[in-house]
Ligand binder design. Structure first.
Ligand SMILES: NC(=O)c1ccc[n+]([C@@H]2O[C@H](COP(=O)([O-])OP(=O)(O)OC[C@H]3O[C@@H](n4cnc5c(N)ncnc54)[C@H](O)[C@@H]3O)[C@@H](O)[C@H]2O)c1
Length: 248
């Protein structure tokens, strides 16, 4: 059990990559809270609730709301006294060029993808310090490493990449590590929105050396490593999970 005794909070854990992380963490012995704006539990998570002996908890969280974060973090700390693992996974995507993006759409993108992790880390700091051995993983994207079509999405993920490094250097002495993960196209609802199944997808397959989408589980495996003590000397780093797409 690679996460035995650990307390984890995963944002956006009701579906896609987040749900795979929640599943994986619970199977490795962690007590896992999924904080998601989706109030109805999707089958992905409900199945786990039945299977994981009460180690998975579902709570409502809107990552753009400070009050919402406060309520959830207080609840976890009241019950466990600490948070060992914070996975800032909740995110949104829109396939829009800059010409098609309004100011409101830009603000919303940044609010969810960048301000959300900022508030979460800020409010969880005491609980993470209480762990003594904490790990934060921020879900950025390959769009946070190089230019891409959706300018507002790329901006939100590029900012998150650098926020990760700032947190890593500031809080290393407090026993908090912080790393970012940069997936390429992954087989989730968001991945299918980003790359619709038409000629675009064929072109994309040609650009990815491994010639396929990744799975949510393949991303969850990397997040598990960064969340666990196996990565104890890894902080401020960025791990790309993209089948080789950014290697060329
Ligand atoms: N799927 C991909 O191809 C891909 C590629 C690169 C990066 N990513 C990143 O990985 C993360 C997960 O992506 P995914 O593919 O699983 O997406 P998804 O759309 O399948 O799931 C996203 C989850 O986040 C939740 N969420 C959205 N807004 C929220 C809010 N305000 N507060 C709380 N929860 C909220 C949703 O309800 C959902 O459960 C995202 O940050 C995404 O940007 C995904």
């Amino acid at each position: 059990m690679r996460l035995k005794g650990k307390v984890a909070l995963v944002t956006g854990g009701n579906k896609g990559i987040g749900a795979a992380v929640v599943r994986r963490f619970a199977s490795e012995g962690a007590k896992v809270w999924s904080g998601d704006i989706l109030t109805d539990k999707t089958n992905e998570l409900s199945d786990n609730l039945a299977n994981d002996k009460g180690n998975i908890f579902h709570e409502t969280l809107d990552v753009t709301s400070l009050t919402s974060w406060e309520i959830l973090i207080n609840k976890i700390v009241d019950e466990t006294g600490k948070i060992d693992i914070l996975i800032n996974n909740a995110g949104i995507y829109e396939r829009r060029s800059i010409e098609e993006t309004t100011e409101e759409q830009f603000d919303k993108m940044l609010a969810v993808n960048t301000k959300g992790p900022f508030i979460g880390i800020k409010l969880a700091l005491d609980a993470l310090k209480a762990s003594g051995n904490a790990s934060i993983v921020n879900l950025s994207s390959t769009a946070g490493l190089r230019g891409s079509f959706a300018v507002h999405y790329g901006a939100s993920k590029g900012a998150l990449r650098l926020m990760t490094k700032s947190i890593a250097s500031k809080y290393a002495k407090d026993g908090i590590r912080c790393n970012s993960v940069h997936p390429g196209p992954i087989d989730t609802e968001m991945g299918h929105t980003a790359v619709p199944p038409d000629q675009l997808r064929d072109r994309l397959y040609e650009r990815i050396p491994m010639g396929r989408f990744g799975t949510a589980e393949e991303v969850a495996n990397v997040i598990l490593f960064l969340a666990s003590d196996e990565s104890s000397f890894v902080t401020g780093s960025e791990v790309v999970v993209d089948g080789g797409a950014t290697s060329k």
